[in-house]
Design a protein around this ligand. Structure first.
Ligand code: FAD
Ligand code: NAD
Length: 471
């Protein structure tokens, strides 16, 4: 095969592989370069998919142990085999990554396994990362950087990847920790903290900000604080971790209270460091192509996702914006369609965020705090799941749906929820907002009864003018 391409994509995560598929669909000769042996990037290998598989398995166990009796189901002693659970997760990952390989061949995309780096602005070297691999040189008219991100850590956090671990290792554990100390009460901290808490671990979350899920709407953070505490998770908010060390099978974490400077010392058998992720550009040779980074180490891009070199683009976690798989995918399609001469569009305000705890948390548009800061006049409608027939029937009464609408026009500006299947329910809000629906529009649309989706309709009715059940 000739190594000259219309487009070479570096990185096969949800940004890269979706971009490559769209490029191929639009008639471009496309190659993708991936340093690992499997395709799919963080999302499929060590991110979204394995974490959701663990969340699902652990929730089944937790429900059986804690709530089967409530439904009149007696099970006897329920046992959990964490190693087997971990094996199931690995199986899910293997099959879904295989699916991406199939999609590459179906779309006639050439796949090169090895570390991609720029020799110059149109030439990529692929250096083998395995003994069987061979070095290749690819020429490309356009190049898309989709190299994603890596877990971050701060000085004092001594990641040995055995006891002081990141999400990557946590997703491969074959035993349940006795006491897992989680640094960071963000998305990963709460999702993976929940997994091991459900499986029987004591979980202590240490969070620098004054609340967990600090960047979400304050009502969601408050509700999740209540729920996590009720379930028995220990939360140390307003505490900065200054050191995390392992000695043998023991980990010691030291945190300082932001208000009074007092120290908390926690001891456990595992420490999960979940303090954010950083863009991954090491070894890419960006300097050989003249591609610039911004002040936070991300590949600098303009509104067209073009880097400082016009025929080189960058997408996903390696550029500014939310580090989310669906954001990376949107950007992959956006770049491919631009390369084909189209004029695509991404509405960054309407990229939803989800936390897959149980109950789930989801959000789209602006938070109440952002509306206040921007001095946008708004009204708010809230509906609690405890007033939903479906939620009561399913014993899922925690949480609420909150709709924020413009005070004068009634246009929906933000939707925030904590509740059963909030991850799926948010899609209706995204659709409504993409079509610039008013809260009254949603209130006038027939929603099936009894479903969780009625909570969105009811919250919208309350936001409009305190109509509906307005409990
Ligand atoms: P990545 O998925 O990181 O892929 C980049 C790829 O590039 C990698 O395969 C890497 O090996 C490769 N690469 C890097 N450098 C080179 C090089 N020089 N040469 C060749 N290849 C290279 N997001 C959600 O939306 N929903 C979720 O539920 C969710 N859950 C998550 C759970 C966890 C535990 C984690 C860690 C993340 C989660 N995310 C989730 C975030 C999501 O995984 C990322 O936002 C997404 O994977 C970013 O996609 P990407 O294509 O930009 O990069
Ligand atoms: P995050 O930004 O969500 O949370 C990190 C938390 O760590 C923050 O709340 C921060 O205040 C805290 N922190 C930082 N330094 C600290 C210190 N010294 N002591 C105590 N707390 C400290 O990051 P994350 O949870 O690591 O997730 C990384 C990325 O992965 C996120 O951007 C997220 O979007 C993505 N992700 C998404 C999902 C999802 O969509 N469901 C799931 C997992 C990960």
């Amino acid at each position: 095969m000739s190594n000259e391409y219309d487009v070479v994509v570096i990185g096969s995560g949800p940004g890269g592989y979706v971009c490559a598929i769209r490029c191929a669909q639009l008639g471009m000769k496309t190659a993708i370069v991936e340093k690992y042996n499997t395709l799919g990037g963080t999302c499929l290998n060590v991110g979204c998919i394995p974490s959701k598989a663990w969340l699902d398995s652990s929730e089944r166990y937790y429900e059986t142990v804690n709530h089967a009796e409530d439904h009149g189901i007696s099970t006897g002693k329920v046992k959990v085999d964490v190693a087997k659970m971990s094996k199931r997760v690995a199986g899910v990952v293997e099959s879904i990554c295989g699916g991406v390989s199939y999609l590459m061949s179906k779309n006639k995309i050439d796949v090169f396994h090895g570390m991609g780096s720029f020799l110059d602005a149109n030439t990529i070297k692929v250096a083998p990362t395995t003994a069987e691999g061979k070095e290749e040189t690819l020429k490309a008219k356009k190049i898309v950087i989709a190299t994603g991100s890596k877990p971050a850590a701060f000085p004092g956090m001594e990641l040995d990847k055995k006891r002081v671990i990141t999400s990557t290792e946590a997703l491969k554990l074959e035993e349940c920790p006795k006491h897992m100390i989680v640094i960071g009460g963000g998305v990963i901290g709460l999702e993976l903290g929940s997994v091991f808490h459900r499986l029987g671990a004591k979980v202590s979350v240490v969070e620098f900000a004054d609340s967990i899920l600090a960047t979400m709407d304050k009502d969601c953070s408050k509700e999740m604080t209540k729920i996590c505490k009720k379930k028995g998770m220990e939360l140390y908010t307003g505490h900065a971790v200054t050191s995390a060390k392992a000695k043998g099978k023991k980990v010691t974490v030291v945190a300082t209270n932001n208000k009074d400077g007092s120290e908390v010392v926690l001891e456990g058998d595992y420490c999960l460091v979940a303090v954010g992720r950083k863009p991954y550009t090491e070894g890419l040779g960006l300097e050989n192509a003249g591609v610039k980074l911004d002040e936070r180490g991300r590949v600098e891009t303009n509104d067209h996702l073009q880097t400082s070199v016009p025929h080189i683009f960058a997408i996903g976690d390696v550029v500014k914006g939310a580090m989310l798989a669906h954001k990376a995918e949107e950007e992959g399609v956006f770049v491919a369609e631009q390369l084909a001469g189209q004029i695509p569009h991404i509405n960054y305000n309407l990229i939803p965020g989800v936390v897959y705890t149980w109950p789930e948390v989801s959000s789209v548009g602006q938070t109440e705090q952002q509306l206040k800061e921007a001095k946008i006049p708004y009204k708010s409608g809230k509906f609690p799941f405890k007033a939903s027939g479906r939620a009561m029937a399913s014993a899922e009464a925690d949480g609420f749906v909150k709709v924020l609408a413009h005070k004068d026009t009634d246009e929906i500006l933000g939707v925030h929820m904590v509740g059963p299947r909030a991850a799926d329910l948010i899609a209706e809000a995204v659709t409504a907002m993409e079509f610039r629906a008013s809260a009254e529009d949603i209130g006038r649309i027939c929603h099936p009864h009894p479903t969780y989706s009625e909570a969105f309709k009811e919250a919208a009715l309350v936001a409009t003018d305190k109509r509906g059940l307005n409990v």
